[in-house]
Structures are given as structure tokens and as C-alpha cells.
Design a protein around this ligand. Structure first.
Ligand code: SAM
Length: 292
């Protein structure tokens, strides 16, 4: 076997051999540290019991590490220039399929049915393109797919938001929406020097484990998104005022909003960042019952 793809020398050699430049617009910062990639695969607890979807294989640095542990790996890469590169760098592995595909436009249920046998656990492991980190996470969580775990590298600041607890500055709409469905944990922080080219900011690997059952079920997902985003829309405004903006002042006045919140043991003077995921669920379900 060749030495690992994940080294500065080999990464540069591959790019030069194919006459390729790194496309900033596609978030192409390639990982060049083999140990870190092995740690990432370990965080995802990848074994022969797992089928893995990778987003953005680049030149295959993470893909090959995944293939050494997983049953099957399917990697989605939007940059067609990289397809011939991957065909060569990953030629030794018979359990990898690379598809030219924009992940945000993928029909994932169909793709999963085509790629995997349904007898293995499904995991996502990826070093995400940072310009679309949040859209990808939201997209994956909306899919009707039997996803077990996601281990994803992203900007450290976004990783802190995903895993933030109430009453902290990083806690926001993304924390609530993600943590409703997943247990989120910041697993490893990664210095920018581990990439070629180096990104502007440090990175972190987040482990998201899908909850088998949500803590308390929300009756309308679109309303939940609206309420959570609405409550955090103006962080300095209190809950009562944000609620009025969401509902509309013609449907509820200040006193009614305060009363409505009091029924849930909430106060209009609280800030969104003080509410737990469970309290956002209750708020959403009560609003739905009220028909607002
Ligand atoms: N996995 C490689 C690594 O760890 O070194 C590359 C990671 S790089 C941060 C992100 C990769 O995502 C790039 O290869 C880029 O071309 C790809 N990408 C960007 N936008 C994408 C999209 N919408 N769908 C699929 N892949 C995308």
C-alpha cells in the first residue's frame, strides 16, 4: 500500500500531478494529519458493523481511513475535477464508492438504498466544507434516513454552538434544533496548521448521536423551527417581546403573552438563552394548541 494520503508531502504531490489548485469557493482545506483522521474515525466508533456516508472526500484522505474500518463507504464530492484523482488514490479499496454529487441536492434515501444493504448501522463522517456547515447539518437532520451518528469537522465556533448548554453565549437556535434530535459533544479541537491550505480559523470535531427517542416530542417541526429562530432573532429582547413578534400583535397582546408564558412557568422577562430544549418544545406545542 501507498503511504497515507493525509500528509503534506503526498497532498501537494497529488495536487501537482493533476495540475489542480485548491478551490476556496468549495471550502477545500484538506487534512494532512493521519493521526488526527484516525482519531476522528475512532470517535465515530467505525467498525465492520457500519456503512458510512462521507461528504466532500477531497483527494480521499479521510475516505481511506474510513474504508480501513468500515463495511462500506460512499463519498459524495461536488467537484468533478477530483473524481479521477479519487479513482487513483482510492484504487486499493473495494469498499468505497465515490459519487459526483452536491450533498444539498442529494436524494439520500435513494442513494442509501442504492449504496448499502440495510444490514449495517448508518453513520456520517466528514470534514465539512465550512461555507455550508449549518445547511448540511440541518439538511441531514431533516432526512428520513436511519442515521445513528454524525462525526463532523467544522469551524470551532460553530462546533461550540452545536454543543452549547443554556445560559451561555454560544447557546442559540442551532444548539436547540440540533440537540432536540441529537446528543452533541465537542470531541477534538483541531489547529488550522493541520490543513493545506490553512483555513482562517481553528476547527473542531463534533460527535452527534441521534436520540432514539426525543425527550418530549414536538408536534410541528416547522413551527418549532419558527419559534426557536424567532426567540433567538433578537438576543437582547426578552422572551415576551420575541413571542409577540412570532405570533403577531393582533393575535396576542403583552398581557396575554405574559399569562401564556406563566402557564408554562416561564416569564416574559426571560431571555431565549435561559430556555432548555424541553421548554422550547412545550412552548411550541402550546402555541400550536392555541392555534397561533
Ligand atoms: N475530506 C477531505 C479532507 O478531509 O481532507 C476534504 C475536506 S474539504 C474541507 C471539503 C470538501 O467538500 C472538498 O473536497 C469540497 O470540494 C467538497 N464540497 C464542497 N461543497 C460540497 C457540496 N455541496 N457537496 C459535496 N461536496 C462538497
Amino acid at each position: 500500500r501507498h503511504p497515507a494520503i493525509a500528509s503534506p508531502t503526498r497532498t501537494k504531490a497529488i495536487m501537482t500531478a493533476y495540475g489542480l489548485n485548491f478551490k476556496k469557493s468549495l471550502g477545500q482545506n484538506f487534512l494532512t494529519n493521519e493521526t488526527l483522521l484516525q482519531q476522528m474515525v475512532a470517535v465515530a466508533e467505525i467498525s465492520l458493523a457500519d456503512d458510512v456516508i462521507e461528504i466532500g472526500p477531497g483527494i480521499g484522505a479521510l475516505t481511506e481511513q474510513l474504508a480501513q474500518k468500515a463495511h462500506q463507504v460512499t463519498a459524495l464530492e461536488v467537484d468533478q475535477r477530483l473524481l479521477p484523482v479519487l479513482a487513483e488514490t482510492l484504487a486499493d479499496y473495494s469498499n468505497i464508492k465515490v459519487i459526483e454529487q452536491d450533498v444539498l441536492k442529494a436524494d439520500l434515501p435513494a442513494l442509501i438504498a442504492d449504496s448499502f444493504d440495510g444490514q449495517h448501522q448508518l453513520k456520517v463522517v466528514a470534514n465539512l466544507p465550512y461555507y455550508i456547515t449549518s445547511p448540511i447539518i440541518k439538511f441531514l437532520l431533516q432526512q428520513p434516513i436511519p442515521l445513528k451518528t454524525m462525526v463532523v469537522m467544522m469551524q470551532k465556533e460553530v462546533a461550540e454552538r452545536l454543543s452549547a448548554v443554556p445560559k451561555t453565549k454560544a447557546y442559540g437556535a442551532l444548539s436547540v434544533l440540533v440537540q432536540y434530535q441529537c446528543q452533541a459533544e465537542l470531541a477534538i479541537t483541531v489547529p488550522k496548521s493541520f490543513f493545506i491550505p490553512q483555513p482562517q480559523v481553528d476547527s473542531a470535531i463534533v460527535k452527534l448521536v441521534k436520540r432514539e427517542e426525543v425527550i418530549s416530542p414536538v408536534n410541528s417541526w416547522p413551527l418549532f423551527v419558527k419559534v426557536v429562530q424567532g426567540c433567538f432573532a433578537h438576543r437582547r429582547k426578552n422572551l415576551g417581546n420575541n413571542l409577540l413578534s412570532i405570533v403577531g400583535k393582533q393575535k396576542m397582546n403583552k398581557e396575554q403573552a405574559a399569562e401564556f408564558l406563566a402557564e408554562m412557568k416561564l416569564s416574559a422577562r426571560m431571555r431565549a438563552e435561559e430556555l432548555t430544549v424541553g421548554q422550547f418544545v412545550e412552548l411550541t406545542n402550546q402555541l400550536q394548541i392555541k392555534g397561533v
